[in-house]
Design a protein around this ligand. Structure first.
Ligand code: NAP
Ligand code: LUD
Length: 336
C-alpha cells in the first residue's frame, strides 16, 4: 500500500529535536490521486461488466484557448481516457480510468447564446453523465459566467459549481450534491494525514466559488470551526496563527509566510502561480500561495506545489463523474 505522506504518521507533527526543528511531513497529491484513480479504474471495470460495456462519460467545454486551461484540460482528458493499448500508451505514468471524455472547444468569438446552446445539447444527451465548463472563459464577447455555470444540469454538474449543488453543500446535504473538485481533493489530502477535522479550528484564505467558499462549507460540515479570510481581512497573520488546519486559495505567490503558521498545523496550498525563473528553459516556475521553505519548518504536514492539490482536483473530477454515472444507472433502474 502506497503511503501518500513522505514520513510515517506520528513523526509528522512538528517537534523540537534539541534546538533544531523537525520539518513537516509532505502530503503527496501525486500519490493520493493515484490511489483514487486506481480505485475508480476498478469501479469502472465492474460497471462495464455488470452493465454490458457501459462507460461513464464526461464532456469538458472550453471557450477560447488559454494556455493554462489547455494544460489542465489535457491532464483531465488523459486521466479519464480508456487505455486501449498499454504498449502504445504515451502518457507516462498517467493511470487511465476508462471514462469516455470528450473535449468541446468553442472559439473565443462564441456568443453567450452559442455557449448556452452547447450546454443545453450536452444536458439533453442521455449518454453523457458529466459536464464541466473550464473557467475562466476566454472570450472577446461579454459572457455571464454565472449564467453559464448555472445552465449545466445539476445532475451532470460534476464541478459542483451550479447554485443548486453549492446551496446543498452550504446546507450540509453532502450526500445529495456534487462537491467541487478542489475542496474535495483538499479534504482527501487532510484525511491522508490522519488528523481528524472534527473539533479543529480551520482557517480558509479565499472565498471564491471554486475554492474558498465550498472549502469553508466542507470543513464546517465535517465539524471544524471555520474562519474564512479574504482581501479585506485586516489581521491575516493572526488568523493564520490560529489554524490547526489551513487551506490557502488566494492566488498570491508565496503570500503566507512560515512565521504565521501554528506549529504542527496541516497546511494545504491550492495556489498555482507562475513566477519568472531564468534558470528554467521555460523562463518560469510554479509556486503556491504558501512560502514553502519557511512554512515546512513550522507545519506538521504540508502539500507541495506542484504535486499537491492540482492532481487531486483532477482525481476528484473523475470521482464525481463515476458517481454521476452510478446515480444515472440507479435512476434508470428505478424507472424500469
Ligand atoms: P480568485 O477567484 O481570484 O479568489 C481569490 C480569493 O483570495 C478571493 O476571495 C480574494 O479575496 C482572496 N485574496 C486575494 N488576495 C488576498 C490577500 N492578499 N489576502 C487575503 N485574501 C486574498 O481565485 P481562485 O479561483 O479561488 O484560485 C485561488 C488560487 O488557487 C489561484 O492560485 C488558482 O490558480 C489556484 N487554484 C488551484 C486549483 C488546483 O486545483 N490546484 C484549483 C482552483 C484554483 P476577495 O474575495 O476579497 O477578492
Ligand atoms: N474551471 C478548474 N479552472 C481552473 N496541476 C482546474 C487545475 C489541474 N470549471 C473549472 O481544473 O476544476 C476546475 N473547474 N480548475 N485547475 C484550476 C482551476 C477550472 C489546476 C491545476 C491542475 C487543474 C494540475 O494538475 C499540476 C500540479 O499542481 O501538480 C501541475 C501544475 C503546473 O502548472 O505545473
Amino acid at each position: 500500500m502506497l503511503s501518500v505522506v513522505a514520513r510515517p504518521l506520528g513523526l509528522g507533527a512538528s517537534c523540537c529535536r534539541g534546538s533544531r526543528r523537525a520539518i513537516a511531513t509532505v502530503i503527496s497529491g501525486n500519490k493520493a490521486s493515484k490511489l483514487v484513480r486506481e480505485r475508480l479504474k476498478e469501479e469502472v471495470e465492474k460497471m462495464k461488466v455488470q452493465f454490458c460495456g457501459f462507460r461513464p462519460s464526461l464532456v469538458v467545454l472550453q471557450v477560447g484557448d488559454r494556455d493554462d486551461s489547455n494544460l489542465y484540460i489535457s491532464t483531465k482528458l488523459k486521466a479519464a481516457a480508456e487505455e486501449i493499448n498499454r504498449v502504445l500508451c504515451c502518457f507516462g505514468d498517467v493511470l487511465q480510468i476508462g471514462i469516455d471524455a470528450k473535449h468541446v472547444r468553442l472559439p473565443n468569438s462564441a456568443t453567450q447564446d452559442e455557449v448556452l446552446h452547447s450546454i443545453m445539447s450536452v444536458n439533453e444527451n442521455q449518454t453523457v453523465h458529466g459536464l464541466i465548463v473550464q473557467l475562466p472563459l476566454d472570450t472577446v464577447n461579454h459572457i455571464n459566467s454565472e449564467l453559464v455555470t448555472n445552465a449545466v444540469s445539476p445532475e451532470k454538474d460534476v464541478d459542483g459549481l451550479s447554485c443548486i449543488n453549492a446551496g446543498k453543500l452550504s446546507r450540509g446535504d453532502l450526500n445529495d450534491c456534487f462537491i467541487p473538485c478542489t475542496p474535495n481533493g483538499c479534504l482527501e489530502l487532510i484525511r491522508q494525514t490522519g488528523v481528524s477535522v472534527a473539533g479543529k479550528h480551520a482557517v480558509v484564505i479565499g472565498r471564491s466559488k471554486i475554492v474558498g467558499a465550498p472549502m469553508h462549507d466542507l470543513l464546517l460540515w465535517n465539524h471544524a470551526t471555520v474562519t474564512t479570510c479574504h482581501s479585506k481581512t485586516p489581521d491575516l497573520p493572526e488568523q493564520v496563527g490560529r489554524a490547526d488546519i489551513l487551506v490557502v486559495g488566494a492566488g498570491r505567490a508565496e503570500m503566507v509566510r512560515g512565521g504565521w503558521v501554528k506549529e504542527g498545523a496541516v497546511v494545504i496550498d491550492c495556489g498555482i502561480n507562475y513566477v519568472p525563473d531564468e534558470t528554467r528553459a521555460s523562463g518560469k516556475r510554479v509556486v503556491g500561495d504558501v512560502h514553502y521553505a519557511s512554512a515546512n519548518q513550522r507545519a506538521g504536514f504540508i502539500t507541495p506545489v506542484p504535486g499537491g492539490v492540482g492532481p487531486m482536483t483532477v482525481a476528484m473530477l473523475m470521482e464525481n463523474t463515476v458517481q454521476s454515472a452510478q446515480r444515472f444507472l440507479l435512476r434508470s433502474q428505478s424507472h424500469g
